[in-house]
Design a binder for this molecule. Structure first.
Ligand code: ADP
Ligand code: MG
Length: 317
């Protein structure tokens, strides 16, 4: 039964692996001279997605959040493993989950080479493996005083969608429809991460909220930052709700965006813009790194914004 499920849903050609699904281990050979970048992320029903969420969407997001970590490191995706616990062998659910998973996998050239399948409360654990030339990984510890702080895409949409769904943020339905895709169908910034090799001094993906994730860069780099709230890239539809404290919190501290936050020397602005153009994504300069510690967000009136909730912490509820 279990072998049927694996064969039916999770076995695809893996031309980039020496050996894929079906034996005790997969066999992988990195490209000559490359280092491996390895990351894992786990998704639990009730915590990272709701029981009624679409299985194709869950498959998409489960892989996307792992790809986002490869993107934040500047790695090229190669292989993934998928460990899944599910309460019953629900063929239709698995078929839809696999459809979402492999659509994302094909988009970014990552191959499923193994995993584990067992019965239990719905849990999805993925390990993604990428490649990167030695010394070119976008680490968290390289931000320097004077560097610009950048973000890709727009932020706050996924958190606004969640707040809307939970009844914490009122939005017109027509507006909510424009932020919901960010929550269910995040797009990892793989091409941008690769294009920023040799340009960005540090990078992280925004999974827990801008302030919390930038905070990790600052901590590792022993630096501070000053951001302009008005410079933050926000969907026009969400901009209209920023008078609501909840909406502002979504932008500053809402998670699940999976955009990249990165730093680069001011002298490399043209290189950053060229990298973004190569990757086909928008990037926005939102502030700069300071030598003194602390993270300040300046409101449009020039006053520091009181920042209390910096992000979503799974152990702080
Ligand atoms: P073992 O008992 O050696 O752990 P399994 O029966 O768990 O082997 O798995 C058999 C094969 O199927 C292995 O190659 C494993 O990597 C693969 N596999 C199991 N579950 C999955 C899954 N959900 N997705 C992809 N490959 C899987
Ligand atoms: Mg096993």
């Amino acid at each position: 039964m279990e072998f049927d499920l694996i064969a039916r849903h999770f076995t695809r050609a893996t031309p980039g692996a020496v050996l894929g699904v079906g034996d005790d281990c997969a066999l992988l050979a990195p490209s000559p001279g490359m280092q491996l970048a390895v990351t894992s992320d786990m998704l639990l029903e009730g915590r990272h997605f709701a029981p009624q969420d679409s299985p194709a969407g869950i498959g998409h997001k489960a892989l996307a959040v792992n790809l986002s970590d490869l993107a934040a490191m500047g790695a090229t995706p190669r292989w993934a493993t998928l460990s899944i616990a599910l309460p019953a062998a629900d063929d239709a659910w698995l078929a839809a989950f696999a459809r979402g998973f492999f659509r994302m996998a094909e988009l970014h050239g990552i191959e499923l080479v193994g995993g584990d399948t067992t019965r239990g409360p719905l849990t999805i654990a993925i390990t993604a493996i990428g490649e990167i030339p030695p010394g070119q990984a976008l680490r968290r510890n390289g931000a320097q005083a004077g560097d610009d702080v950048w973000v890709s895409g727009v932020i706050g949409s996924a958190a606004a969608a969640l707040a809307y769904r939970q009844g914490r943020l009122f939005m017109e339905q027509i507006d909510a429809a424009k932020v919901l895709p960010a929550l269910y169908l995040p797009a990892p910034q793989i091409a941008l991460g690769i294009a920023l090799r040799g340009i960005a001094t540090s990078a992280i993906d925004i999974s827990d909220g801008l302030l919390a994730d930038l905070g990790h860069i600052l901590e590792r780099s022993s630096a501070g930052a000053r951001l302009e709230f008005a410079a933050l890239p926000v969907l026009p539809v969400l901009q209209a709700y920023l008078h609501e404290p909840v909406a502002r919190e979504c932008v500053l501290a809402g998670g699940d965006d999976y955009e990249l936050c990165f730093t680069a020397p001011a002298a490399r602005r043209d290189a950053v813009r060229a990298a973004a153009e190569t990757a086909g994504v928008a990037v926005t300069r939102i502030g700069h790194i300071t030598s003194g510690p602390g993270l300040t967000v300046v409101a449009p009136d020039g006053q520091p914004l009181p920042v209390d909730k910096t992000g979503y912490d799974h152990f702080d509820e």
